[in-house]
Design a protein around this ligand. Structure first.
Ligand code: DI6
Ligand code: FE
Length: 404
């Protein structure tokens, strides 16, 4: 097959080996970009003439679509390192909470910070992700828990994207925990979320989705349903922290309501898996939290695989349960702890992660018409992406047709 040349392009990368299950996976090819989009991907052998203009020779390096971290809480103030040390020394969580630790300590620290200070706190985490090839990050609010502080977190999330040169998908997670001011009045707090916080976030264009921590220590199924209804009435997508510590059947509710994804899922059962499969809802696995909390209950990966549920992987980057700003670490943990294959793990941070953020039309795979956002890797085999930590294999990140 000979390609039709000339192709209109403003940049071309030659001799790229695509890590992809697409048509040209593994063979050396040329990636043509025009106006930030992929104009053509052609096997080198099909090129009658090798283009020399505006060309970079990748010399056979492996190339993947840019990585996507589809679940983070990376905008927050303070640190919980001291609390962790106490936990390691055997102090029970109730005692830590009594001493002012736990999630409310992060809420306190986050509330005191200005927009600029919060941005400064978050940037190292976003930069660490970007430095290992992440080009799109979902960032949740959820440590403000007042109208003003939740909107502040969402504004900062947007600025993180501008400064780190990554795309940000901002999610409102006002339903992360009941704030101390509303102790014993959870339903009143849900009313505040539905009647004030969601409308303001939607009106300001500050969030594209709404998340709920549906759990005995979080929000009930009925409260979750109220929040989802309000989100959808304001044109926002929905997703959920589901089945992390117990099985409330939140995944079934979320799937029925058309959620983008359900996340955690250690306690997901057969009925939940069937609901996800029926609706094509993405299952987001978060091995960082599983590892850091030394959990024993594994998410039902084999059953999800058998049912054909798309599985994504994400960092859950947060100060309490997954203080990790490395998506490659999650590739490794996803394989070693959850039994994913390296190929499934990579699909979990590209194709399926894009779907978990409603971005399959632009991101997730390298294909004609999608964004020319990709990573050039210094690895000998695609499994190398998940294999070694501590050495960064990223040679170059190309974002919308330009090297970052
Ligand atoms: N599930 C978790 O494990 C984290 N949030 C959530 O919804 C906990 C976040 C924290 O402790 O700060
Ligand atoms: Fe989370």
């Amino acid at each position: 097959m000979r390609a039709d040349l000339p192709i209109a392009y403003d940049r071309v990368w030659l001799n790229a080996r695509l890590i992809d299950d697409g048509e040209v996976g593994g063979t050396a090819c040329a990636i043509f970009a025009s106006a930030g989009r992929v104009a053509a991907i052609l096997p080198m052998a099909a090129l009658a003439d090798v283009p020399m203009e505006r060309a970079s020779d990748l010399q056979g390096a492996w190339v993947s679509a840019v990585l996507i971290d589809c679940h983070t809480h990376l905008v927050y103030g303070g640190s919980r390192a001291e609390e962790w040390a106490l936990r390691l020394a055997g102090l029970p969580y109730a005692e830590i909470a009594r001493r002012g630790g736990g999630i409310v300590s992060t809420v306190r620290a986050t509330r005191t910070l200005s927009d600029d200070a919060l941005l400064e706190a978050a940037m190292p985490r976003a930069q660490a992700l970007a430095a290992e090839g992440v080009g799109c990050i979902e960032i949740k609010s959820g440590y403000g828990l007042t109208l003003a502080d939740e909107l502040k977190m969402l504004r900062v999330a947007r600025r993180v994207g501008e400064q780190a040169r990554v795309e940000v998908s901002a999610t409102l997670l006002a339903a992360h925990t009941v704030p101390p001011e509303f102790a014993g009045r959870a339903d009143d707090y849900v009313t505040l979320i539905c009647e004030e916080i969601i409308p303001a976030a939607a009106e300001g264009g500050l969030a594209e989705a709404v998340d709920v921590f549906c759990e005995r220590i979080g929000f009930s199924l009925a409260q979750t349903e109220r929040i989802y209804a309000a989100a959808q009435a304001h044109g926002l997508a929905i997703k959920g922290h589901m089945e992390q510590l117990s099985n409330l059947h939140g995944s079934e509710l979320a799937a029925r309501c058309g959620a983008w994804s359900v996340d955690h899922l250690e306690y997901l059962d057969e009925a939940g898996i069937a609901a996800l499969a029926a609706r094509g809802t993405v299952a987001v696995l978060l091995p960082g939290a599983f590892y850091f909390l030394r959990e024993q209950q594994l998410p039902p990966v084999a059953a999800l695989r058998a049912a054909g549920v798309p599985m994504a992987l994400a960092t859950d980057c947060n100060p309490g349960t997954s203080p990790f700003a490395s998506l490659r670490m999650m590739l490794n943990l996803g394989c070693t702890l959850f039994g994913l294959t390296p190929q499934e793990a990579l699909a979990g941070v590209t194709r399926h992660a894009a779907r978990a953020l409603g971005r399959s039309d632009r991101l997730g795979t390298l294909a004609v018409g999608k964004e020319a956002s990709f990573c050039v890797w210094d690895i000998e085999h695609p499994a190398g992406l998940a294999y070694q930590l501590g050495v960064n294999p990223l040679k170059q990140r190309v974002w919308r047709g330009e090297a970052v």
